[in-house]
Design a protein around this ligand. Sequence first.
Ligand code: NAP
Length: 340
Amino acid sequence: MSRKMFNIAVAGATGAVGNEMIRGLESRNFPVKNLKLLASKRSVGRTLKFQGEDIAVEELTAEAFKGVDIALFSAGGGPSLEFAPKAAAAGCVVVDNSSAWRMDPEVPLVVPEANAHAIAGYVKKGIIANPNCSTIQMLVALTPIHRKYGIRRIVVSTYQAVSGTGKKAIDELLDQTRAMLHFMDVPRKVYPHRIAFNCLPQIDVFLENGYTKEEMKMVNETRKILEDSSIGVTATTVRVPVFYSHSEAVNVETREAFSMEDIRSLLASAPGLRVVDDPASQRYPMPMDAAGQDDTLVGRIRKDESIENGLNLWIVADNIRKGAATNAIQIAELLAEKYL
Ligand code: NAP
C-alpha cells in the first residue's frame, strides 16, 4: 500500500527554527507531497533547499494555505495570532511554535512523550501549540517520575543558549565575542546588556510579580501539559553565552517516596531521553553534546538530601531541535499517522 503524502507549509522558513524544521522534515523522512516555504515580504526572492531542490520563499498570507494539510508555524507571536486561525479556516492543521496560543483552553499544548493523547483536541480550533523550549526538555525527563510518584514541587534554574532568541542573537554573540577579543567597541542590538562573557538573569519581559514571562511560561505550561494545576513550579531563567542547547538544574519533590534505583530505571527507559551520568569518569550532559541531537540528555542524578522526597537532575537539550522543530514535527507525525 502506498504511503499517504501531505502538503506541508513552514511559516517562518528563513528563521533559526524554520530552517531546522526543513532539515527535520528531510531527515525524519516525513511524507511530504509538496512543501511551501513562507516568510516575511523581506525574504521573497530567496530560495531554500529541500531534498536537493530549490524552493522559492513566498510571503506569509492567508491565501498561501489553500490546499495545505499541515502548517508548521515559527514566525513569531504576531504572525501566529493573525495567520494561524486563517490557516485553520483554510482547512489545514497548524502546529504553532510561538507562545500566542499555548494557554488557550481550546488549543492542545503537546510534548509527545508526555501527553500525545491531547493532540485529539486539535479539532476545536485547528491549532496545536508547541510548548516553550525549556518546558519541553524538562517534561521529557519529569513525566515518567510524575506518573509514578506524583510531583509536588519543581524548582528549576535554566542556562539558555542565545539561539533561543533567533538568528539575530546568534550573530550578536558572535560579533560581541569577536569584538571583545580584538579590544573593539562591543555592538549591542538584541539583549539589554552584553551577552558575550556574561550571564543575563532575564529572558523575555518582566511581569508585575517580579518573574519574567519565560519563567511564568515554565510554571503555567508545565501544569497544563501534566494536567495537574496543583504542582508547585518556580523558575529562574538565565541567558548564557552558549550558541545551541539549553541546560537546566532541576530540583523535584515527589508526593510518594522513591528509590534512586527506580528513578534511574524510569529515566533509562523514558522515550526521547538519554541518561549521561557517570561521575567517576566525569560524564554528564553538556550543551556541546546535545547540540544537533533530537534526544534530551539527563545526568547528575542524585537524591536531594535536604528534604524527604527530593531529587536533583541536570537536563540538557538542543533548543532548536527538541525545544522547537523536532517537537513540532513529532506532533505532525502523530497527526499524519492517527488523525488526518
Ligand atoms: P528567527 O530566527 O528570528 O526567525 C523568524 C522567522 O519568522 C523568519 O523566517 C522571519 O522571516 C519570519 N517572520 C518574522 N516576522 C514575520 C512576519 N511579520 N510575517 C511573516 N514572517 C515573519 O526566530 P526563531 O528563533 O526561528 O523563532 C521563531 C518562533 O519560534 C518564535 O515565535 C519563537 O518564540 C519560537 N521558538 C523559538 C525557539 C528557539 O529556540 N529559537 C524555541 C521555541 C519556539 P524573515 O526572514 O523574512 O524576516
